[in-house]
Structures are given as structure tokens and as C-alpha cells.
Design a protein around this ligand. Structure first.
Ligand code: UDP
Length: 237
């Protein structure tokens, strides 16, 4: 199914799909990193959980008319996706204040944003993924002004679908990070992954953190909370 290894990132390996031009195999790893690679560990079963959770989320988005690079799951840890050239932007959408925005802007954790806040970070490990504005994004990427607007609108549409999806399984979607890529035909689509590695997910009843913050902050069992997310999504699917 897969041939040449094209790229190995912190959480996934990317292979050319055998005999399928323009398609890739994403292989989800068990590794977890935080603080720009400053904290590292490996968790048996994490690759399987994120592969499954990401597939369920991309499928839910597709059901609401939002396409992504996801084509199909291949096995426990791998999925087939359309090949894209990743636009080096981390597009963060925030519904509730947590993480970097609380420190950067002095906003108290748990503050609700009536209108979701979108932030762009420049995807560049050497620079530590700095926060940038739209003008910087235009300069640093090959996206046009219309495409930057498209990306922001898409991010808000995705937020609406995912907020409802998580609400229905008693989870608050606090914030999340998206990446977009350009397909060979020039169009831009949602890429990468959407999982508890890239979202903040709080139990809506208890406030318990069910995402990578348990690893970042050393406050819980990563596999246990990712299992809980998968269990609730599967019960819903
Ligand atoms: N995020 C991510 N990858 C990154 C940085 C952030 O997936 O390299 C996600 C993170 O899990 C959270 C959201 O983006 O859901 C906002 O992260 P934030 O800017 O608060 O940064 P953090 O506090 O995680 O460093």
C-alpha cells in the first residue's frame, strides 16, 4: 500500500501511496511531544487512537459538506489522504481561553469568547512557531488574499460543525489547530490531523481535560483520556 517514506514528523510518518499518484499514506506514531519538542514520550496505542479519532472527525466534517485530504482508513494506525503541499500556517480557533493566549494577552483561563478568535502561527520549528498576522501570512506563504480569507472562513465553518459534534458527546471544544494544504489542481483543502493532540477538549460536565494537556502538564493518563474521546465519538457515529 505504501512505498517511499517522504517525511517523518513528530506525530506522523508520511509515505507515498503505492501506485496511487497524488495520494499519501499517513502513519500515526505513538510519540508525543510538547513545548516545541522540549518534552517527549511515547505511549503505546496513541497512534491507533489518533488515527481513529481523526478519521471519525474528518468523516463527520465530510458529512456536513466540508472536504479534507482524508480518503479512507487503511488499518489501525494508517490512513490514505490526498497529497497536498502544506501551507506553513497553524490556524488556531479559540472558543474558550486556554494555553498560550492566556499568557500572551493576560486573559483568564476559561473566559468564553462570544465570537471565536482565529490566530495564525507561522509553522517553523526553528522560530518556535511565532504568532503572525494576515499580512505576515501573505508574505510568508504562497496564499493569495482571497485564499487567506477562504482559510479563515473554512476554519470558522469547521468550528461550528465540531462544536456541535463535541457538544453532543458532552465535551466543550475549547480550541484547536488546523493546517491547510494545496492540492495538485491548486485548490486548498483541510489537511493534517484533528485529534486530542491538536484540540483542547474539556468534559462539559466535570471540566476534566481530555486532550494533550494531560501530557503537557503531567496531570493524567494520555491513553485513558484519548480512549474516552474515541469511545464517545464511536458511540455517536
Ligand atoms: N496546537 C497544536 N500544535 C501546536 C500548537 C498548538 O496542535 O504546535 C493546538 C493546541 O493543542 C491547542 C491549540 O492549538 O488546542 C492552541 O494552542 P496554544 O496556542 O494555546 O498553544 P499551547 O498552549 O498548546 O502551547
Amino acid at each position: 500500500m505504501k512505498s517511499e517514506l517522504l517525511y517523518e514528523g513528530k506525530a506522523k510518518k508520511v509515505y507515498q501511496a503505492e501506485g496511487k499518484n497524488g495520494q499519501l499514506v499517513l502513519s500515526y506514531k505513538n510519540d508525543a511531544t510538547a513545548f516545541n519538542g522540549g518534552k517527549k514520550d511515547s505511549f503505546e496505542g496513541k497512534g491507533r487512537l489518533n488515527n481513529k479519532i481523526s478519521a471519525l472527525i474528518f468523516s463527520a466534517l465530510s458529512g456536513q459538506g466540508i472536504e479534507s485530504h482524508f480518503i479512507e482508513s487503511l488499518n489501525e494506525t494508517e490512513q490514505l489522504v490526498y497529497q497536498t503541499e502544506i501551507i506553513p500556517l497553524e490556524v488556531v480557533v479559540r472558543n474558550v481561553a486556554s494555553g498560550s493566549i492566556t499568557k500572551r494577552l493576560g486573559i483568564e483561563e476559561k473566559t468564553q469568547f462570544e465570537n471565536p478568535i482565529i490566530e495564525f502561527f507561522y509553522k517553523n520549528d526553528e522560530l518556535g512557531d511565532p504568532l503572525i498576522n494576515d499580512e505576515h501570512a501573505l508574505y510568508l506563504t504562497n496564499a493569495t488574499p482571497g485564499e487567506i480569507t477562504f482559510i479563515k472562513e473554512k476554519a470558522l465553518d469547521i468550528n461550528e460543525v465540531l462544536k456541535k459534534l463535541f457538544q453532543s458527546i458532552t465535551i466543550t471544544l475549547v480550541d484547536f489547530k488546523l493546517e491547510f494544504g494545496r492540492k495538485a489542481d491548486g485548490s486548498i483543502i483541510l489537511s493534517d490531523e484533528i485529534s486530542p493532540d491538536t484540540c483542547r477538549l474539556w468534559d462539559a460536565a466535570t471540566g476534566e481535560k481530555l486532550d494533550k494537556d494531560v501530557f503537557r502538564q503531567g496531570t493524567g493518563d494520555l491513553i485513558e483520556v484519548y480512549e474516552e474521546i474515541l469511545k464517545r465519538l464511536e458511540a455517536k457515529a
